[in-house]
Design a protein. Structure first.
Length: 315
């Protein structure tokens, strides 16, 4: 059974943290931050807003696009590594804010969470048991950022993103062609958030593993589908670091004009970054029917994943 994306939604809070803002509290400057990360600004959720709020607003946006009602949803899967609470799941908080009570649970694969969530939700739709599914990726990383640590706090932003899954082919949206998930568990100590703690990471080691993981994951799914990078119409990577993405697309052989990115103006939004970029750029680009998109993400664990999407558009 094929599974399709019938609607997409995204929410970015209006507040921004600029490099100039960070210069006021850290021993750093705009030139250094941009040379090392390419990031200029980051989104920041206001006081009192949580990951579930960002996610719920993204779901509302997706429901509007698909012309669904919240009551149509029979499952909510939430990918987050910055949950509102350890218990209950953030997905349950989202359902409550939407005024509905379908089965709801979380998936945590750090910044790779959206595609690990997709790999969980798609078989549930294929089973025939669930026909209207919200897959939400939502992160409130500024809540866990240590603004005394210039090596880590310069990255983080907040956002929510949602895709609505169904077994019927929609008039517009995406077909999920294939997905692949992998892990390199020897890297568990290089990025972590201790309970009641802040984000900690070994930047050089993360970069080393990320370069390897991106290429390994993307190559796996392309080769399995008999494709090369030249067959891809757009590439969306995990929005962690623009300088890292420049290295990745060069190693994969993806032309710059096919590289969709938003990290420079929104920061690293964890699991929400890649789907938010896919949603925003696809709305701007109005892709022709049949366009092929490759998404590859990488997160702590280390977890990496890739997916192929084919656009569906009225012609």
């Amino acid at each position: 059974m094929a599974v399709y994306i019938a609607g997409t939604g995204v929410h970015h809070p209006e507040e921004r943290i600029t490099n100039a803002d960070l210069e006021k509290i850290l021993d750093t400057n705009d030139a250094w931050i941009q040379s090392h990360t390419g990031i200029q600004e980051r989104t920041k959720a206001p006081e009192g807003m949580f990951a579930s709020d960002l996610g719920a607003l993204a779901v509302v946006d997706a429901l509007r696009e698909a012309n669904w009602q919240a009551k149509d949803l029979d499952l909510i899967v939430c990918a987050t590594s910055t949950p509102d609470t350890l218990v209950p799941p953030t997905a349950c908080h989202i359902g409550k804010k939407l005024g509905i009570s379908p089965p709801s649970f979380d998936v945590d694969a750090a910044c790779a969470g959206f595609l690990f969530g997709l790999s969980t939700a798609v078989p549930m739709v294929e089973s025939g048991r669930f026909k209207r599914v919200a897959l939400v990726a939502t992160e409130h990383y500024t809540r866990f950022a240590n603004y005394e640590d210039r090596a880590t706090c310069i990255f983080w932003g907040d956002a929510g993103a949602c895709v609505l899954l169904q077994p019927e082919k929609p008039k517009s949206g995406f077909e999920i062609v294939d997905f692949d998930i992998q892990s390199m568990t020897e890297g568990t100590d290089y990025v972590k958030v201790p309970v009641r703690g802040y984000v900690e990471q070994d930047g050089p080691m993360v970069k080393k593993y990320a370069e390897k993981g991106f290429v390994q994951s993307a190559t796996t799914i392309l080769e399995r589908n008999g494709l090369t990078p030249n067959d891809v119409d757009a590439f969306v990577g995990h929005q962690a670091n623009y300088r890292l993405l420049e290295i990745v697309i060069e190693k994969l052989g993806i032309p710059a004009e096919k590289h969709w990115h938003t990290v420079r103006l929104y920061g690293n939004r964890g699991a929400a970054g890649a789907p938010a970029t896919l949603i925003g750029r696809s709305r701007e680009s109005k892709l022709p029917n049949g366009s092929l998109l490759l998404m590859t993400v990488f997160g702590a664990g280390f977890c990496m994943a890739s997916a192929l999407f084919r656009s569906i558009a009225d012609e």
